[in-house]
Write a protein that binds this ligand. Structure first.
Ligand SMILES: [Zn+2]
Length: 543
């Protein structure tokens, strides 16, 4: 039986060698592209073989598969990860793919804690991109302090109605209410929410330092982040820095992770330095920017009140506050009139010199979060709605990632740094938190999930503008999600089975223990009367 021995030996040898497999051994092959991996710094023209949703081989040898994409002249990069997209709805997905995004997560506002599981369930099998969500601080406050319960979207777009009342923003909770707020968020963390999202900048009067600290303590019990829209953002360069210092001091005291949401504001350079220095010391803290000099929000945001926006910060409505739908700038008078009609109407807020935008793309280690806003009104909008029929929105919705690549090209930022910003810089810190889905993404390596974005480094560009914010990016022809082709030759493909939930496993039990003034006094010896306000033991009359 000599022939059998030879045959078996040949098979063993074949298994041992990691030579590329023969015909159609891969589900999909991508040929002759420039493969870039921001973790290992691998950067070479190579072929990529995908099998069972994973990257099975990266090789200079010839490989074949059931399907083939020719990537000559293109960069083969990890799929873009957007940690700050408020609109996770079918009508948004084609624009997400055109901008190269394979994962979109609403980590800043998020979902009401008890709804986290529903958020995921309602999107499973209904999305070509991966999706994830934080546990929302402001929705827990809206539920407890305003009795809000009319959830429709299970994440940010619900704010259009929950923000009409003001208790969520301005009320200091009693100890009992504070415990209810924290318990609702604990339930969301138990259900697998990625961390806590706090829009404290919209709740300046209502949220004490104590309350923020307790949020970070709760998230820390699960080893998860807080993501903060800083307390005084947007403000000046002192207020921006004070905002991150509140968050980072707590993160250091508690050893819990933290995300600085959209710090592309006056003060960004010191915010960046603080993050870099804390990461160097081993803290899992990071920050994100979107590459635009204007923001977007609801007209009734507290920081747009005349006492803050005009008197304290020295802005003029006529120069800085623009209606998204009409393109007209507000005056104090027209703003007041609109507040009566439609308090949460979308506006664009100009807050930085345009020249700063290129600087933000030079900040090494920063991640990209688009801060894309829900499109309103959205009645009847679907996957098929033509781009030019979508209601207007801030251009960051559809252009953030391509714009980063364009700005990197125009400002001599190394391409590998830009690739890292668009993917790895979110995947790495989330993976370090123990989030398995992100330990296997954001990297072009064998064994990683095949979320892949291919772009032409010479031509990739955003096209959306403040006047027309829903124009698709160009120069990003092909996108793969979990090994499935979801865009080919710039034509998005309706594969709603491709996207996977990005979440933690559901835990059997929550970890929150209700706060008591007695318990605190026992450990920390001081009087509960000046305990810090809000949560717990609030004495609102004394502030
Ligand atoms: Zn924000």
């Amino acid at each position: 039986m000599k022939w059998l021995t030879v045959f078996l030996a040949g098979m063993v040898l074949g298994l041992m060698l990691t030579v590329p497999a023969m015909a159609a051994d891969y589900d999909l092959v991508i040929l002759n592209g420039r493969v870039m991996d921001p973790e290992t710094m691998y950067d070479a023209i190579a072929n990529v073989g995908i099998k069972d949703g994973k990257i099975a081989v990266i090789s200079k040898e010839t490989i074949t598969g059931k399907e083939t994409i020719d990537a000559t002249g293109l960069v083969i990069a990890p799929g873009f990860i957007d940690g700050h997209q408020h609109c996770i709805e079918p009508y948004a997905y084609r624009l997400m793919l055109r901008d190269g995004r394979t994962t979109i997560m609403d980590l800043e506002i998020g979902a009401y804690g008890p709804n986290v599981d529903k958020f995921y369930k309602s999107r499973e099998g209904n999305s070509p991109v991966n999706f994830g969500v934080s546990v929302a601080h402001e929705f827990a406050r809206a539920a407890v302090l305003d009795g809000f319960s009319d959830w429709k979207y299970l994440n940010t777009p619900d704010a259009v109605r929950s923000r009409v009342k003001q208790g969520w923003s301005s009320t200091r909770p009693t100890l009992e209410q504070g415990n209810q707020i924290l318990a609702a968020m604990d339930e969301g963390l138990r259900q697998g929410g990625l961390g806590i999202g706090s829009t404290v900048g919209y709740m300046r009067a209502g949220v004490s330092s104590r309350e923020i600290f307790e949020l970070q303590r709760l998230a820390g019990k699960y080893g998860r982040y807080i993501n903060m829209h800083f307390r005084l953002t947007p403000g000046d360069d002192v207020q921006e820095v004070l905002g991150i210092q509140e968050m980072l001091a707590n993160a250091a005291a508690l050893g819990s992770p933290a995300i600085a949401a959209h710090f592309n504001n006056p003060g960004y350079n010191l915010v960046h330095e603080l993050l870099v220095r804390m990461r160097d010391r081993g803290y899992n803290v990071w920050g994100e920017i979107y590459p635009y000099h204007a923001g977007s929000t609801a007209l009734n945001a507290v920081f747009l009140e005349p006492e803050v926006w005009v008197k304290a910060l020295g802005n003029k409505y006529e120069d800085t506050l623009q209606d998204v739908a009409t393109g007209k700038f507000y005056t104090q008078k027209t703003r007041e009139e609109m507040l009566k009609k439609e308090p949460t109407r979308s506006v664009i807020v100009y807050k930085c010199p345009e020249e700063w935008v290129a600087n933000w793309v030079k900040l090494k280690g920063v991640a990209i979060g688009s801060d894309g806003m829900p499109l309103m009104p959205d009645d009847g909008l679907t996957w098929d709605t033509p781009y030019d029929k979508l209601p207007n929105t801030h251009p960051r919705f559809s252009g953030s990632f391509a714009k980063v690549l364009r700005l990197a090209r125009e400002n001599n930022v190394p391409l590998m740094q830009a690739v890292s910003m668009t993917s790895y810089n979110y995947a790495k810190p989330l993976g370090d938190m123990g989030l398995k889905a992100m330990q296997r993404r954001g990297r072009m390596q064998v064994g990683m999930v095949a979320d892949i974005t291919m772009f032409d480094p010479e031509t990739v560009t955003d096209n959306s503008t403040f006047a027309k914010g829903t124009l698709p990016s160009t120069g990003i022809p092909h996108v793969i999600v979990n090994g499935i082709i979801v865009m080919k030759d710039s034509e998005p493909i309706k594969r709603f089975d491709a996207g996977q939930p990005i979440r933690f496993e559901v835990q059997e039990k929550g970890r929150f223990e209700p706060l008591t003034a007695e318990g605190w006094t026992k450990t920390f010896y001081a009087s509960p009367v000046d305990f810090g306000g809000g949560v717990p033991g609030s004495q609102p009359d004394m502030h």
